[in-house]
Design a protein around this ligand. Structure first.
Ligand code: KIV
Ligand code: ZN
Length: 505
């Protein structure tokens, strides 16, 4: 069977999703998980776009050694030099150069002729090749470009040294059969195409990104660019988990394989959702909470008798824990450790001790602790590791008669204990105002949402917020059985990210 190269662009195109900013440590954490997932290429970022993106790519190149680490560059000398600067220490570095190819972009945006674009593409690939043997080139907006012109560009860039040529459906305009023909035409009309891997990069504006990617694989493409949970610019990119599981589940049809350890899919999806703040829709294929739930009596009956009646995949294959074992007040360290291991967590002794005492505290408030509770609890604990200010106490008084009032106590970076109080339109507003009086960083709240992690009156409430400071969005999450405490934690989490970003310049 042929192997498909999985090129993950969660940290580059995925991060381009509106409101999805990640800090450097979060990017590194995701890159490490992508390595465990077994992706072949990690597009770690766009180094010229900001000093912090450069630094994130550099850290990933230094710390994540198995996959190819790829940096994006426009077809511009400074971009290419910066991309190389960021990935030069990588075990397997790649530079990805892109330039618009469609007449729409050439006429209205770049104001350049086709000849100029052809020459620049060739020159910039040659420049990248001086640094590194692994160079990818993308003619942007390829699906709206005349195929004959794409053929010319590809022949020129392969001559100049491109080892992968990527065909982007930049605006998600393509229809599977048409996009497949474009790919087939490339194999038939580009004389030196056997010297490069053909890749595809599909956006989801018409909900066809995965279908277009799979059709391209049928027509000979052997690299597919995708993101975890399908996040990305506008409607997103092709979803990695859907492509990988389609190839695996229908290997009879595709006769293809990937290097992905599918048992890491669920964990990776949770991590990306957690750190970007983008929830996964319940009916999302493969990783949505309902993806393996059977509601109808007929289906339940069938699955109990023989899962294959209504399940085309075993949920364990994507890492959804099989056991419905529920922990509680009487569960000890050993049971908790085992459950964590089954969920794919391996914590240091110090982190484990913190997580265990948080678990015990939760078990006092909540009778049954499920896997989702444990995931939420671990995420909450990890969030507090990188704190600038620590939320020590929060107390509110509210109701339909009094004025909502909040008192908070924070521990400052130098260990000082700082307390203040404020009135608000509601208890959460009062808490946020009291925190602002201490931290004193201007920002505005642009999104607030709350959901319960599991069913039941004692469920953990998870709060997601986004704040804006000087045009940059910071996401925060917090969880607790008390939703006011969860809201305060989410706000502190977002503020701490803002403060850390300011500190690192
Ligand atoms: O969608 C697109 O065209 C891109 C390119 C940079 C490959 O993301
Ligand atoms: Zn894209």
């Amino acid at each position: 069977m042929d192997r498909v190269i999985i090129f993950d662009t969660t940290l580059r195109d995925g991060e381009q999703a509106a409101g999805g900013t990640l800090n450097i440590q979060e990017k590194l954490e995701i890159a490490r998980q992508l390595e465990r997932l077994g992706v072949d290429v990690i597009e770690a970022g766009f180094p010229i776009s900001s000093p912090s993106d450069f630094e994130a790519v550099r850290l990933i190149a230094n710390g994540v050694r198995t996959p190819i680490i790829c940096a994006l560059a426009r077809a511009h000398p400074d971009d290419i030099d910066s991309a190389w600067g960021a990935i030069r220490e990588a075990e397997h570095p790649r530079i990805h150069v892109f330039l618009s190819a469609s007449d729409i972009h050439l006429v209205y945006q770049l104001k350049k002729s086709r000849e100029q674009i052809l020459q620049t593409s060739r020159d910039m690939v040659a420049r990248a090749r001086k640094y590194v043997d692994d160079v990818e080139f993308s003619p942007m907006d390829a699906s709206r470009t005349e195929p004959e012109y794409i053929h010319q560009i590809l022949e020129a860039v392969i001559d100049a040294g491109a080892t992968t040529v990527n065909i982007p459906d930049t605006v998600g305009y393509a229809i599977p059969d048409e996009f497949g023909s474009l790919i087939e035409g490339i194999f038939q009309n580009v004389p030196n195409i056997n010297q490069a891997i053909v890749s595809v990069h599909c956006h989801n504006d018409l909900g066809l990104a995965v279908a277009n990617s799979l059709e391209s694989l049928k027509r000979g493409a052997r690299q597919v660019e995708c993101t975890i949970n399908g996040i990305g610019e506008r409607a997103g990119n092709a979803s990695l988990e859907e492509i990988v599981m389609a190839i695996k589940t229908r290997s009879d049809f595709f006769n293809l394989t990937t290097n992905i350890n599918t048992r890491q899919i669920y964990k990776t999806s949770r991590l990306v959702s957690e750190l970007t703040g983008f929830p996964v829709q319940p009916n999302k294929a493969i990783v949505g909470v309902n993806a393996f739930r059977h509601e109808s009596g007929i289906h339940q009956d069938g699955v109990i008798k023989m899962p294959i009646t209504y399940e085309i995949m075993d949920p364990r294959t994507v890492g959804i824990p099989a056991s419905s074992l529920v922990l509680g007040k009487l569960s000890g360290r050993h049971a908790f450790k085992e459950r964590l291991a089954e969920l794919g967590y391996s914590l240091s002794d110090e982190d484990f001790n913190r997580a265990f005492s948080a678990f015990k505290e939760l078990a006092d408030k909540k009778k049954e602790i499920t896997d989702r509770d444990i995931e939420s609890l671990i995420a909450q604990e990890l969030r507090t590791v990188l704190e600038v200010y620590h939320l020590d106490r929060v107390q509110v008084s509210c109701g339909d008669r009094g004025i909502p009032t909040a008192a908070v106590r924070l521990i400052a970076p130098d260990g000082q204990v700082l307390a203040d109080a404020a009135l608000g339109t509601g208890p959460i507003d009062a808490v946020y105002k009291a925190i602002n009086r201490i931290v004193g960083v201007p920002n505005s709240l642009i999104e607030f949402s709350i959901k319960s992690v599991t069913e039941g009156i004692d469920a953990i409430g998870e709060v997601l917020i986004r704040i804006d400071s000087e045009g940059i969005t910071y996401t925060g999450r917090g969880a607790d059985t008390d939703i006011i405490v969860a809201s305060a934690r989410a706000y502190m989490n977002a503020l701490n990210r803002l403060l850390a970003a300011k500190r690192s310049g």
